[in-house]
Design a protein around this ligand. Structure first.
Ligand code: FAD
Ligand code: NAI
Length: 474
C-alpha cells in the first residue's frame, strides 16, 4: 500500500520546507520530496532550494566578503587605517560561502526531524487521484496525500543559442563559484543578479560590463532611486550598457566573445574571460505531469492560483516562484505559512502589496509599495518626504552617506503608500516601512514614534516628518 500523508509538499526550497514545517506544527502528517542534490558530496537531496544552495544565501556571503575587501582597499584609509594592498584568496572566500550553505541546509534537515516531517528523496510528479487522495510518484514509489503543496520553484532562464556550461558561461549556479577573479567579466541582464554578482566581482578587481536589453535602468524601482543607483554604480566602475540586443555568443578556451547591437543600432563586439547570463527565471512546472491531472498553468508557465494559492484542483496548492508575484524567498515563505494555515481551516493570508524588495549592492536598495511613477499613472495625489543619508549623524560616523529615503503618503488620508531607500542598511530599514504599511499607518504615525539616536532609522523618521514639510534635521 502507498505511504499516506495528510500533506505532501513537492520541492524543498523556502516555499516547500516552510509549508512542511508549518503544516507539521499544525498537527498534520507531512512529507516533503526534493529532487535536487545541488552540490551535495554524497548526492543526497539538499533542502533550502535555490535560496540556500544557489541563490540568496551564497550570494550574500560573497557580497559580504567582497564588501570587506573593497573597504580595506578603498575605505579604511579615510579613517586612518592602513593595511597595505589587500589580497583576495578566492578559494577561501568560496569555501566560507559553501560552509554557510552546508550549515543552513543541514539545519533544515534538523528542523524536519524536530517537526517530524518525512523527507522523501526524488522528483515528484502527479500519478493520478482526485479530491482527498492525490497520488504522486516520487522516484520509484507512489505516495498518497489528501493535500498537495507544489513548491517546485524556478530555474535560470537561458538565451537561445547561448549555451551555459557554468564555467565560461554561467547562470546563477556558476556565477557563485567562479574560481578566480576574472580580468574581464561580461554580464547579460542588469537586473538583481547582474547588479549583485557584478558588484561582487567588480569589488574584487574585475572589469565588469553589463549588457541590458531595456532602455531604462532598473525600471522596476522608483525612478529617483534608479537614477541615484545608476550614478553610484557608474562611479564604482560598473559599465552598464542599456538598450542592447544580444547577437552571437562564442566561447573558446581563451574566453567569451559577445556580439551585440547597441542602443543606436550599431554592431558591437566585446570579449571577456567569463560571462554571466542573468535574464530572469522560469517556473519549474514541466515534469510535474500536470496535464495528467488537469492542473492549470498560465501563459507564462506558472501554476494558476487564487489569492490564497489554491490551484484549480481541490486540495492542490502552489506557492513561491512557481506562481505569480515576485520571485523572492520571503514571499514564498509567506505563502507557505498561509497555505498550511488555510489547510488547517485558519485564516492565513499573504499581502503581496507589502512584500519588500531588496538589492544587496552597496549602497543597498530597498522598497515596498508604490513607486512615485505608479502613483502618477494611477492619478493618486500624494505627499513625498525625501531625506538624504548625508543629514544623518550615524551615516556620517560610518562614512556611508550616499543615498536617501523617500516616503510617499496619500495626500488625503496620509496613509503610507510606498517607501524607497537607497543607502546604508536599507535592507534592515525597510522592515519599519513594511510594518507601518501592514498596519495601515500614516506618515504622521511614524513621525510621532521615537527613533533611537544616533541610528540610520532616524532617516526614516525624518522622511516621515518631511511628508508634512517639517523635517527637524534637514
Ligand atoms: P526554490 O528555492 O527554487 O525551490 C524549489 C525546490 O524544488 C528546489 O530545491 C528544486 O530542486 C525542487 N524541485 C523542483 N521540482 C521538483 C519536483 N518535481 N520534485 C521534487 N523537487 C522538485 N530572494 C530573496 O528573497 N532574497 C535574495 O537575496 C535572493 N537572492 C537570490 C540570488 C540568486 C542568485 C537567485 C538565483 C535567487 C535569489 N532569490 C532571492 C530568489 C529566491 O532564491 C527564490 O525566490 C526562492 O528560492 C523561491 O523559493 P521556492 O521554494 O519557490 O523555490
Ligand atoms: P531580473 O528579472 O531581476 O533581471 C533580468 C534582467 O535581464 C532585466 O533587466 C531584463 O530586462 C534583462 N534581460 C532580459 N532578457 C535580456 C536579453 N536578451 N538581453 C539583455 N538583457 C536582458 O532577473 P535576474 O537578475 O536573473 O534574477 C532573477 C530573479 O531572482 C529576480 O527577479 C529576483 O526575483 C530573484 N533575485 C532576487 C534577489 C534579491 O532579492 N536581492 C537577488 C537575486 C535574484
Amino acid at each position: 500500500m502507498a505511504k499516506q500523508f495528510d500533506v505532501l509538499v513537492i520541492g524543498g526550497g523556502p516555499g516547500g520546507y516552510v509549508s512542511a514545517i508549518r503544516a507539521a506544527q499544525l498537527g498534520f502528517s507531512v512529507a516533503c520530496c526534493e529532487s535536487s542534490p545541488y552540490a551535495d558530496p554524497k548526492r543526497e537531496p539538499r533542502l533550502g532550494g535555490t535560496c540556500l544552495n544557489v541563490g540568496c544565501i551564497p550570494s550574500k556571503a560573497l557580497l559580504h566578503t567582497s564588501h570587506l575587501f573593497s573597504e580595506a582597499a578603498h575605505g579604511f584609509a579615510a579613517q586612518g587605517i592602513s593595511v597595505g594592498t589587500p589580497a583576495i584568496d578566492v578559494p577561501t572566500m568560496l569555501a566560507r560561502k559553501n560552509g554557510i550553505v552546508d550549515q543552513l541546509t543541514t539545519g533544515i534537515k534538523g528542523l524536519f526531524k524536530k517537526n517530524k516531517v518525512t523527507l522523501l528523496k526524488g522528483h515528484g510528479a502527479f500519478a493520478g487521484g482526485g479530491e482527498g487522495a492525490w497520488q504522486v510518484k516520487i522516484g520509484e514509489e507512489v505516495v498518497e496525500a489528501k493535500q498537495i503543496i507544489i513548491a517546485t520553484g524556478s530555474r535560470a532562464r537561458h538565451l537561445p543559442g547561448v549555451s551555459v556550461d557554468n564555467v565560461m558561461v554561467c547562470d546563477n549556479v556558476g556565477a557563485l563559484d567562479i574560481a578566480a577573479v576574472p580580468k574581464k567579466l561580461a554580464i547579460i541582464g542588469a537586473g538583481v543578479i547582474g547588479l549583485e554578482m557584478g558588484s561582487v566581482w567588480r569589488r574584487l578587481g574585475s572589469e565588469v560590463t553589463i549588457l541590458e536589453a531595456l532602455p531604462d535602468f532598473l525600471s522596476v524601482a522608483d525612478a529617483d532611486i534608479a537614477s541615484e543607483a545608476a550614478r553610484v554604480f557608474k562611479k564604482q566602475g560598473l559599465d552598464i550598457h542599456l538598450g542592447v540586443s544580444i547577437g552571437e555568443v562564442r566561447t573558446s578556451p581563451e574566453g567569451v566573445s559577445i556580439a551585440y547591437t547597441d542602443k543606436d543600432g550599431a554592431a558591437q563586439q566585446m570579449g571577456a574571460d567569463r560571462l554571466i547570463v542573468s535574464v530572469g527565471r522560469v517556473p519549474n512546472t514541466d515534469g510535474l505531469n500536470a496535464e495528467a491531472v488537469g492542473l492549470k498553468i498560465d501563459e507564462r508557465g506558472r501554476i494558476d492560483v487564487d489569492a490564497h494559492c489554491r490551484t484549480n484542483l481541490p486540495g492542490v496548492w502552489a506557492v513561491g516562484d512557481v506562481v505569480r508575484g515576485p520571485m523572492l524567498a520571503h514571499k514564498a515563505m509567506e505563502e507557505a505559512v498561509m497555505v498550511a494555515e488555510r489547510i488547517a481551516g485558519q485564516a492565513g493570508h499573504c499581502n503581496l502589496d507589502t512584500i519588500p524588495y531588496v538589492v544587496y549592492t552597496h549602497p543597498e536598495i530597498a522598497w515596498v509599495g508604490k513607486t512615485e511613477q505608479q502613483l502618477k499613472t494611477e492619478g493618486v495625489a500624494y505627499l513625498a518626504g525625501k531625506i538624504p543619508f548625508m543629514a544623518n549623524g550615524r551615516a556620517l560616523g560610518m562614512g556611508d552617506t550616499t543615498g536617501f529615503v523617500k516616503m510617499l503618503a496619500d495626500a488625503e488620508t496620509d496613509r503610507i503608500l510606498g517607501v524607497h531607500i537607497i543607502g546604508a542598511g536599507a535592507s534592515e530599514l525597510i522592515a519599519e516601512a513594511v510594518v507601518a504599511m501592514e498596519f495601515g499607518a500614516a506618515s504622521e504615525d511614524l513621525a510621532r514614534i521615537c527613533h533611537a539616536h544616533p541610528t540610520l532609522s532616524e532617516v526614516m523618521h525624518e522622511a516621515a516628518l518631511a511628508c508634512d514639510k517639517r523635517p527637524l534635521h534637514f
